[in-house]
Write a protein that binds this ligand. Structure first.
Ligand SMILES: [Zn+2]
Length: 411
């Protein structure tokens, strides 16, 4: 089948060189205008491939429709989604991809940067021996997250256009901005996209389909103390900074990101500041389990209430806001979407794996907006930094999976 290998590689190498880093704490979507550079390239390519209704929205969402083959019009509409931005955590400018042909499965020195992708840190490297591996040169991230996903979806669309004899259902494509800054779904027009189900192509190994993520909330605790001269403070002073440390100490020490894995939730102190008069604690709360998640919010509230009772002259406020939910509750209602992904992975000779995501995905938010959307792998690893790497064979496998999914649409 693999007559798309060269095209896939060419697309990937070209897309990663386009600077599309997004930015945190920007009101606008897209957060950076440079994301339009890739959006317009994809727009042109989708048009020349012959897709329909190709559009770039004012918020930089690229959409296109691949009509169903004759006789396949009555199936549900499949959506395929990938994001165009790269993480602001590390430079994404002047990416210089390096191709390691017939990779030997050992540590990789990245250009002259002195940085090394080690087998110790990335144990999957051994399994990638013999493949064509692609890395950056150590001065930037690679951007396989998620330009591998973009290249895979583009190559799938191109494959279907070049092979009209291969029957597929209707496919709607969307390339989104600002996934890395958590804004991807914000301006996603779920109704306009008009797909019945979708997959984000934004995970790592090609044998994975993920449909479980954290429930997430943030908690901001503000403390106003009572500040007087320390020499005359007896029975009067209430030190806000000390109350803040007492609150931090009241949460279970073992339930932090550094002490948890798999489906274990946590309280994560992301920021702490304060003096005698005023102190602030900012937490994020995470849990896959709905009840346990609800309980975490109660625990934080109760600690604040207890502190408020102990220090009646202080003012303690606790503001908890939900961020996103575990898509599992949605996916449980649509087992056929997970089954199709697993069938696709099996069709290329792999055993599907599903790990709970210790974070969120755009698909989780889209699922709650009415578009059930698990996450497929891209073949890439080590995202968001200089150690990112992807194998061409992994990417090819993902395209084969997408072709399988496109040709086996849900009824
Ligand atoms: Zn991503």
């Amino acid at each position: 089948m693999a007559d798309f290998r060269e095209e896939l590689l060419e697309r990937f190498l070209r897309y990663v060189k386009i600077y599309t880093t997004s930015e945190d704490d920007v009101e606008n979507i897209p957060s950076t205008a440079r994301q339009f550079d890739l959006a317009h390239i994809l727009e042109n390519e989708l048009q020349s491939l012959g897709l329909q209704q190709v559009n770039v929205s004012e918020n930089c969402y690229v959409t296109a429709v691949l009509p169903a083959s004759e006789g396949m019009e009555n199936h549900k509409v499949l959506g395929l989604i990938a994001h165009m931005d790269t993480a602001p955590d590390y430079s994404g400018e002047n990416v210089n991809p390096i191709i390691h042909e017939n990779y030997d499965g050992k540590d990789i020195t990245l250009g002259d940067s002195g940085k090394v992708i080690s087998v110790k840190d990335f144990p999957e490297l051994e399994k990638l021996a013999g493949r064509t591996l692609i890395t950056a040169d150590g001065t930037t991230l690679l951007g396989a997250d998620d330009k591998a996903g973009v290249a895979e979806i583009m190559t799938t669309a191109s494959y279907f256009m070049k092979h009209p004899e291969i029957k597929h259902g209707e496919i709607h494509i969307c390339f989104t901005p600002d996934e890395e800054v958590g804004r991807g779904p914000d301006k996603f027009d779920v109704e306009g996209f008009a797909a019945d189900y979708a997959y984000t192509v934004d995970g790592d190994s090609e044998d994975e389909v993920a449909y479980e993520n954290f429930n997430a909330a943030s908690a901001t605790i503000e403390i106003d103390g009572v500040n007087v001269h320390p020499g005359e403070a007896k029975d009067i002073m209430v030190n806000a900074a000390l109350i803040a440390t007492e609150i931090a100490q009241s949460l279970p020490a073992s339930e932090t990101p550094a002490n948890t894995e798999d489906r274990e939730g946590f309280y994560h102190l992301i920021e702490m500041s304060g003096d005698v008069a005023h102190a602030k604690l900012a937490y994020i709360l995470r849990d896959h389990d709905k009840d346990s998640f609800a309980n975490r919010k109660v625990v934080v509230e109760n600690i604040c209430k207890k502190m408020a009772a102990s220090y009646p002259t202080a003012n303690i406020t606790c503001n908890i806001r939900d961020s996103y939910e575990n898509m599992l509750v949605i996916m449980e209602k649509h087992p056929e979407i997970i089954k199709l992904a697993k069938d696709a992975i099996q069709s290329v000779g792999l055993a599907p794996i599903s790990r709970p995501i210790r974070g969120g995905t755009d698909g989780a938010q889209l699922s709650f907006k009415g578009l059930p959307c698990p996450n497929l792998g891209t073949g890439g690893y080590g995202f968001h930094g200089p150690y990112e790497h992807v194998s061409l064979e992994g990417m090819e496998t993902v395209v084969e999976e997408l072709i399988y999914i496109g040709t086996h649409p849900i009824q």
